[in-house]
Design a protein around this ligand. Structure first.
Ligand code: PEP
Ligand code: MN
Length: 345
C-alpha cells in the first residue's frame, strides 16, 4: 500500500500512522526525504485502506496494493448472482419487468404472465414505495407482498421488490427472491448491513447523487457482512438538464464492468422518465456491458399511481428483450429466458 501523508508532519502526528501499520503487520519505508510518501509492505486486508484513510495524518491512499476491497475486480472472474431462474454476470443477462408499484391484484398477475412470456425471469413491483411527497401513494405494504406471492404462485416468476426499512428485511425476505435497495436508500447503512446479514441476492441501486466510489462502498457494506450476491444497478444520476428524469451514466456501466466482479444492470425507466426513451436507453446500457435490465411495464399506464409516464407496454418490453438477445450475442453473452415458455438461446 502507498500512503501520501500530510506535508511536514511532526513526530507525534506521524506516530499513529506508524503504530497502526505495525499493529496491522506492515513493514514501513519512506520513499522520499521529506517523509511524505510511505510504502507499506505486508498482508493487505479489505478493511485496511479505510483504516489508514481515516487518520488525519494521511492525505490519501495512492495505491491500496494488496489491501483490496471485496468488490474489486482484482483479476477475479465475474460473480454470478442467481435469483429464481435469473442469472446475472459471467456472460449471462437476465430481464426484470413489471409495474412500478404493486397496485391491482388482477393486473399484477396479468403483467407477471405477460413479462414472463416475453422472457423476464423476475417480476418487479414495489410494495413499499419511496416517494418524494408524503402525500403520494406509498404502496400497499404487507398486502402488496401477498399479491407478489400470489403472482409467483400463479406464474412461476421470481420476485424482486424493495425493502425500505431494516425492520422489514425479514418480512420482505419471506416473499422476495431478491431484495431491491432503492436509489434513495443507497446510503442507509443499517439497511445495507441488515440485507448483508442475509444470504439472499440484493439489487443495489445507485443513489442519484452518488459517485461511483460511493456506490461501490455501499455494495461493500453488504459484502462485508458476508453476502456475496450483490447486483449493481445504474438508474441515472441527477443532472442540470431536466430533459430526461435522470442522466443514464453509461460510462459508469462500462467502468464498473472493469472495476468490479459484481454484475451490473441498467434501469432505463427511472433514467428516462418517459416511455419513448426507455428502449433506446436500454440498448445503450446493454451495449456498455450491462448484465441485464430492470424495466417498468404496464398495459395501461393511465391507471397507475406511480411512474405511469415511464411505463412501457408489454410489447415494447418484448422488443427490448429481443434487443438484449441481439446485443448480448455481439460479445458472446446470452440472455437467460424464463422456462419453459422460451428456451435459453
Ligand atoms: C423503483 O424502482 O420504482 C424506484 C423507486 O427506483 P429508484 O429507487 O431507482 O428511484
Ligand atoms: Mn418507479
Amino acid at each position: 500500500m502507498l500512503l501520501r501523508l500530510q506535508k511536514g508532519l511532526p513526530a507525534d502526528q506521524l506516530e499513529p500512522v506508524l503504530s497502526l501499520a505495525r499493529e496491522l503487520g506492515y513493514r514501513t519505508r519512506f520513499l522520499d526525504e521529506r517523509s511524505e510518501f510511505l510504502s507499506l509492505e505486508g498482508p493487505g486486508r479489505p478493511d485496511h485502506r479505510a483504516r489508514f484513510e481515516d487518520l488525519c495524518a494521511v492525505k490519501s491512499v495512492l495505491d491500496a496494493g494488496d489491501a483490496k476491497e471485496r468488490h474489486e475486480r482484482d483479476g477475479r472472474a465475474d460473480t454470478v448472482v442467481r435469483a429464481g431462474e435469473a442469472r446475472f454476470g459471467g456472460g449471462f443477462l437476465s430481464m426484470i419487468g413489471g409495474p412500478c408499484a404493486v397496485e391491482d391484484p388482477v393486473r399484477l398477475i396479468e403483467i407477471a404472465r405477460d413479462v414472463r412470456a416475453r422472457g423476464a425471469t423476475l417480476l418487479r413491483g414495489g410494495a413499499w414505495k419511496p416517494r418524494t411527497s408524503p402525500y403520494s401513494f406509498q404502496g400497499l405494504h404487507e398486502k402488496g407482498l401477498e399479491l407478489l406471492a400470489a403472482a409467483r404462485a400463479e406464474t412461476g416468476i421470481g420476485i424482486v421488490t424493495e425493502v425500505l426499512d431494516p425492520r422489514d428485511v425479514e418480512v420482505v425476505g419471506e416473499v422476495a427472491d431478491m431484495y431491491q435497495i432503492g436509489a434513495r436508500s443507497m446510503t442507509n447503512t443499517p439497511l445495507l448491513i441488515e440485507v448483508g446479514k442475509t444470504r439472499k441476492p440484493v439489487l443495489l441501486k445507485r443513489g442519484p447523487q452518488a459517485t461511483v466510489r460511493e456506490f461501490l462502498l455501499a455494495a461493500e457494506f453488504i459484502l462485508a457482512q458476508g453476502n456475496t450476491q450483490v447486483v449493481l444497478c445504474e438508474r441515472g444520476i441527477r443532472s442540470f438538464d431536466p430533459t430526461t428524469r435522470n442522466l443514464l451514466d453509461v460510462g459508469a456501466v462500462a467502468h464498473l464492468k472493469r472495476a468490479t466482479h459484481l454484475p451490473v444492470i441498467v434501469d432505463p425507466s427511472h433514467a428516462a422518465g418517459r416511455s419513448d426513451l426507455v428502449r433506446p436507453l436500454a440498448r445503450a446500457g446493454l451495449a456498455a456491458g450491462a448484465d441485464g435490465l430492470i424495466v417498468e411495464v404496464h398495459p395501461d399506464p393511465s391507471e397507475v399511481h406511480s411512474d405511469g409516464s415511464q411505463a412501457v407496454l408489454p410489447q415494447t418490453f418484448g422488443a427490448i428483450v429481443d434487443d438484449a438477445i441481439s446485443i448480448a450475442a455481439l460479445d458472446g453473452r446470452r440472455v437467460v429466458l424464463a422456462q419453459p415458455l422460451r428456451a435459453a438461446l
